[in-house]
Ligand binder design. Sequence first.
Ligand code: FES
Length: 116
Amino acid sequence: MSRGVFLCRLDELPDGQSRGFDPLGAGRDTLLVVRQGRDLHAWRDDCPHQPGTAMAWRKDAYLNRDGSRIVCHAHGARFDIATGLCTLGPCLGQALTHVPLQLDSADHVYAILEEE
Ligand code: FES
């Protein structure tokens, strides 16, 4: 069973940048979204190198300098934005966990989360 949890409006996601969310009220961001135009990529904020490790070095800062990769700032792993695959660093070949998103006709962004 899954449910959609409202995250924000599309225009609240800066194009080419990342943003963290805490959709379940965990007290810290547990998923991240990267916007590339109308393409949105969402991943759990949980590094495969050391599960449970949050990846941003400050609020919403998940990308490298040129915005081409997601970075885990604990040990520098780089991840492809579209596939979540680690392309450099200690978890090479592993991947982030995908979070499905839904964009409705009013440009509201929802995360589709599995209920436990
Ligand atoms: S915990 Fe992410 S690279 Fe080590």
